[in-house]
Design a protein around this ligand. Structure first.
Ligand code: URA
Length: 423
């Protein structure tokens, strides 16, 4: 077998054979197929697609590149959630302890932000002392003792995806449904969860910009999960505007703690509860009541124990930015649009995200949102507050917000998208 034959087959719109797929993934993981060859193959896949059989085999080959975890020793059913990524998407933070408080075990292997989308691990690392890197034994210990663990996937889990994702990120080959579906599902199946709820984001701040593409991605992933024995469901949820009132690491932790304390923005609470109900259903815990677990403080108790078990201090002050810049409403009326992508880029440029994998992030950087689509605004009132430790970034961030929002005349009816658009 050789890489050039495999690349040519897909370049010429052919179907890759199971043997070709197994070989190319294994040879790439071992370094026998070069990055430039895999980049060419990825681009051919992005342009010409893969059918469901090819996607299933590609996913299986990525799973086989590493270890498979097992949680059989736990007495509780396992449930996990994966979001395809968005702006202000802090849902994992309140959701994992909430679902654990309702009786499931939540092994939440999470990632870091790249580009305009935030990453759960970057957010949690703004809590003093908190550690993302755990050994498999530590992971099991935290899960067993608290009911939930949020941590980085170890190097042994789907190593083919680690290499491939880093390569796709710098070769313009992220936005391919077969490659996204296999990337996400190889990690989730290898992680060994019994059930999985996928939060497939739709809109400007998501990888999938249209409902049609999001449906295709969701059904591909649900089929991959189901065929591997993981009870899998997907919600399609709105990412045309940021979730909640914050985008940025410590800012989002603060908002998540508000949700766990029984408050927080309406959209964050609504999506957290919708996903919690799906996770509990998929885990066979249909009678659990997540709204009660938020209201009576039991989800907050799990959060505090989970953070402490990973070295964090749940009572510590979160970092605040050295500099702030307020953007005010240019006129009075109704906010008719606040673009998720533009706000995500602004948060990233302020220092909340990284341009290269090895860059550090600023814990306190980000964007605070004072009005959401449908809200009345007054001329001169704050619309957005930008936070950073490095004020030279303000101009660059403000540039990305030039056409991020629109204000319609007073009395205009604005009908924001529902949070959950389809199931
Ligand atoms: N998240 C992943 O893990 N992989 C992708 O390809 C896209 C989003």
């Amino acid at each position: 077998m050789d890489a050039i034959t495999v690349i040519r087959a897909k370049r010429d719109r052919g179907e890759l054979t199971p043997e070709q797929i197994d070989w190319v993934i294994d040879a790439y993981t071992r370094g026998e197929v070069a990055d430039y060859q895999m980049a060419a193959l990825n681009m051919a896949i992005l342009l010409n697609g893969m059918n469901r059989q090819e996607i299933a085999r590609w996913t299986a080959a990525m799973i086989a590149s590493g270890e498979r975890m097992s949680w059989d020793s736990l007495s509780r059913p396992t449930a996990d959630k994966h979001s395809t990524g968005g702006v202000g998407d802090k849902i994992t933070l309140p959701l994992a302890p909430l679902v654990a408080a309702c009786g499931a075990a939540v092994p939440q292997l999470s990632g870091r932000g790249l580009g305009h989308t935030g990453g759960t691990l970057d957010k949690l690392e703004s809590i003093p002392g908190w550690r993302a890197l755990l050994s498999n034994e530590e992971m099991l210990d935290v899960l067993d003792s608290t009911g939930a663990v949020i941590c980085a996937a170890g190097d042994g889990l789907a190593p083919a995806d680690k290499k491939l994702y880093a390569l796709r990120d710098v070769t313009g080959t992220v936005e391919s449904i077969p490659l996204i579906a296999s990337s996400i599902m190889s990690k989730k199946i290898a992680e060994g969860t019994g059930s999985l709820v996928l939060d497939v984001k739709v809109g400007s701040g998501a990888f999938m910009k249209t409902l049609e593409d999001a449906r295709e991605l969701a059904s591909t992933m649900v089929e991959l999960g189901t065929d591997s024995g993981v009870r899998t469901v997907a919600l399609l949820t709105d990412m045309s505007t940021p979730l909640g009132l914050t985008a940025g690491n410590a800012l989002e932790v603060r908002e998540s703690v508000e949700v766990l304390a029984g408050g927080g923005p309406k959209d964050v609470v609504e999506l957290t509860l919708a996903l919690a109900r799906e996770m509990l259903d998929a885990a066979g815990l249909k009678d659990a009541d997540p709204a009660k677990a938020l209201a009576d403080g039991s989800a907050m108790d799990v959060w505090r124990r989970m953070i402490a078990a990973q070295g964090g201090d749940p009572d510590a002050e979160l970092p605040t930015s050295r500099e702030q810049h307020v953007i005010t409403a240019p006129s009075s009326g109704v906010l008719s649009r606040l673009d998720a992508y533009d706000v995500g880029v602004a948060a990233w440029r302020l220092g909340a995200g990284r341009a290269r994998k090895e860059d550090p992030v600023q814990a306190a950087a980000g964007v605070e949102i004072h009005a959401k689509p449908g809200d009345a605004v007054q001329a001169g009132a704050p619309l957005l507050t930008l936070h950073t430790d490095t004020p030279e970034r303000f101009a660059y961030a403000i540039e990305s917000l030039a056409s991020a929002y629109e204000i319609a005349p007073e009395g205009t009816a604005v009908d924001p998208n529902p949070i959950v658009m389809d199931r």
